[in-house]
Design a protein around this ligand. Structure first.
Ligand code: ADP
Length: 351
């Protein structure tokens, strides 16, 4: 069980700061999900840990061993890490078992030990029956499990997953998420799982780190991130929150356009108390559609359309220039009498 500890990691590509003083720590046997928009630096972090990118500053340690930071960085093949990419890099001319055995061959394991270990790992990823098959006879999900087995076979200290499930369709993706969680728990394996998919990050991570333009903007358990997004960016990115500019004063948020006034009691202040210019972030599950268009904490809205979802229908509304999403459990498609959205829960940040 090895801890991964990255401190002050900087990576620059010309004038682009791909990683900016990144501190991330993953306890041994736990999964860190790294999520953020495209270009936020997720893959660069993984590549820096794997050794394909050399940071301009910072240290990276695994299990107390320094990979980057003390003189010459340890080369990728000596880092003891496993990596799985989005597109399964499985060799077509080798059987499933030969693919998985390859890292052990390179490490000069003897045949008996190699065959034993390959059988063990194939059983773990539920591919025991397919050991002799050619990769082109497998489904996408099975091929991705071959990549996973190959990354696991040499008992890596840390497994790095770069959008490893992103090319798969549901429900296969959901079953591989479960497999990764089981593997981490049973093998006490430390994992970093990079994804642009917010729901996947929250489902899979023991801890979730949100990246924005090369910076870690929040790290916490999925429940912490859900309950308390620490910035307007995280509220928008993780919660699909709409943001209204206004002011906090006298125990009340008032929007600049005068359309909304909400008492502080209905609001959360995840980044600390706010007084003066502020943003109010309104997540879809913090709003309720109502018939009236005015009143305490009510914004006048015009319903545009709605999307069906298992947790309820998401109604898309407009209020002035603002587009709002409102999660309405059990509500039907037609909402003719809706004229307002009442704020039940919102987050306020200084601006
Ligand atoms: P993500 O994985 O979150 O989509 P990346 O880590 O791939 O983001 O990229 C972060 C930033 O670094 C982006 O602005 C990207 O264009 C830039 N970048 C990544 N790799 C290189 C490279 N090899 N050369 C130049 N710029 C790069």
């Amino acid at each position: 069980m090895s801890e991964l500890d990255a401190r002050g990691v900087d990576v620059r590509f010309g004038s682009t700061r791909a990683l900016d003083s990144v501190d991330l720590c993953v306890e041994g046997g736990r999964i860190l999900a790294l999520v953020g928009p495209s270009g936020s630096g997720k893959s660069t972090f993984l590549r820096a840990v794997a050794g394909f990118v050399t940071p301009d500053a910072g240290t990276i340690r695994v299990g107390g061993r320094t990979l980057v930071g003390d003189g010459v960085p340890v080369p990728p093949e000596r880092r003891g890490l496993g990596m799985v990419f989005q597109h399964h890099a499985v060799w077509p001319h080798m059987s499933v078992a030969e693919n998985v055995a390859y890292p052990l061959r390179r490490a000069r394991w003897n045949r008996v030990d190699r065959e034993k270990r390959v059988a063990e790992v194939l059983a773990t990823v539920e591919l025991g029956d397919l050991a002799d098959r050619a990769p082109d006879t497998l489904s996408g999900g099975q091929r991705q499990r071959v990549s996973l087995a190959r990354a696991l076979v040499a008992r890596p200290e840390v497994l790095l997953l770069d959008e490893a499930l992103s090319a798969l369709d549901e429900p296969l993706r959901a079953s591989l998420r479960l497999m990764l969680r089981r593997l981490a728990a049973e093998n006490e394996l430390t994992m970093v799982h990079v994804t642009h998919d917010r729901d996947e990050a929250l489902a899979i991570g023991d801890q979730v780190a949100v990246l924005d333009r090369g910076r870690v903007v929040q790290v916490g358990s999925p429940a912490e991130l859900d309950a308390s997004p620490r910035s307007e960016f995280v509220a928008r990115f993780l919660h699909d929150a709409a943001c209204v500019a206004g002011r906090m004063s006298g125990g009340r948020f008032r929007s600049d356009d005068g359309r909304v006034s909400v008492p502080a009691a209905a609001l959360g202040f995840p980044s600390g108390p706010v007084d003066g210019p502020a943003y109010l972030a309104l997540p879809p599950d913090g709003l309720e559609l109502v018939e009236e268009s005015t009143g305490e904490g009510v914004l006048p809205v015009e319903v545009l359309t709605s999307l069906y979802g298992r947790r309820g229908r998401t109604v898309i509304c407009r209020s002035g220039d603002l587009e709002l999403r409102v999660l309405t459990p059990g509500v039907d498609d037609a909402l003719p009498s809706t004229r307002g959205a009442r704020v039940r829960r919102g987050f306020v940040y200084s601006r």
